[in-house]
Design a protein around this ligand. Structure first.
Ligand SMILES: [Fe+2]
Ligand SMILES: [Fe+2]
Length: 304
């Protein structure tokens, strides 16, 4: 980790908080702040919840969760409680609080598990079961995140490795979302053609939250075999924008010519969340296809 001054961090914060800047630059600034961490970075990220962009704000919450710093708990709590914020943003704040883990968390999640925004309610239900699972297993938070993906996942992978069994569990609408998520993360970790096809079936699930998680996982896997599923999802204009957004970003991280073609087509989608996702996704795919060393390089550009 580089040691940089607070004023350099604040400069990056200014890029993030500047609505005149293109969304892709603001995203790069955000990821740079996430990677740097610390109080000033958290402050700069927190200030940005006043912004107009739902896409950017949900990403702020996601990054705060992944930073795993309790200093972000108060702002995340206020975002979760704020019903003027879009459910996508509140959902991400709930998930981030679950990822950080805080002593008063149980009570808070119980309060929102029946929220009128279904995306928020389901997120809190999953996070509550994750907490229960941790307590029962007597597992530390760290053990939860041991997969080849660096993310803190909303559920631990199931121990089952039979793809057909996992697919059945994942698609069983009578099971809890937590159990179904566990099957989903196990399918991700297997990473075979069969497991990718099983995950693709997940787009038929009735919960939009569930479907957005499938798209998110495909983004983590960066596997070309998932492109047909993602493409179909982005092209479906009746699909929930949270799901289309994740599909767009996943396509950006896979970054083949076919991905670029579909993302370019939706750059002017009537829904801001979708078109901004395509802009950011195309920027990510440019990075994937360039020799540039670090995607989140705002530090270099604002200092230089
Ligand atoms: Fe999400
Ligand atoms: Fe997202």
């Amino acid at each position: 980790m580089v040691n940089i001054s607070d004023s350099a961090v604040e400069n990056i914060g200014r890029v993030l908080n500047d609505p005149q800047r293109p969304m892709k630059e603001r995203f790069r600034a955000l990821f740079t702040l996430r990677n740097l961490g610390g109080e000033t970075a958290i402050k700069c990220i927190s200030d940005c919840f006043k912004d107009e962009s739902v896409l950017l704000k949900h990403e702020l919450a996601y990054c705060l969760g992944q930073m795993q710093d309790v200093k972000a708990v108060p702002i995340l709590k206020s975002v979760l409680a704020d019903t003027n914020q879009d459910p996508i943003v509140r959902h991400e704040a709930g998930e981030a609080l679950g990822a950080i883990g805080d002593s008063g968390l149980q009570e808070l999640l119980e309060k929102y598990q029946y929220d009128s925004a279904i995306e928020v309610a389901e997120t809190c239900q999953i996070a509550l079961q994750r907490l229960k699972w941790i307590t029962e297993k007597n597992t530390t938070e760290n053990n939860l995140s041991q997969s080849r993906y660096a993310s803190i996942d909303p559920a631990p992978p199931s121990e089952e490795v039979n793809i057909d069994e996992l697919r059945k569990t994942m698609m069983d609408e009578n099971k809890t979302l937590f159990e179904r998520y566990r099957a989903m993360f196990s399918l991700r970790n297997l990473g075979t053609t069969e497991s990718i096809n099983a995950l693709g079936e997940g787009f038929k699930a009735s919960s939009a939250l569930f479907r957005h998680e499938v798209a998110f996982i495909f983004g983590q896997m960066q596997d070309e075999r998932s492109v047909p599923f993602l493409k179909k999802t982005l092209e479906d204009t009746t699909e929930h924008e949270m799901v289309r957004h994740e599909a767009a970003e996943a396509l950006g991280s896979i970054a083949t010519d076919e991905c670029t073609e579909v993302l370019t087509r939706y750059l002017h989608d009537p829904r801001p969340v979708v078109r901004e996702s395509c802009e950011v996704a195309l920027d990510m795919s440019e990075y994937e296809n360039s020799p540039e060393f670090q995607y989140a390089n705002t530090l270099l550009t604002v200092q230089g």
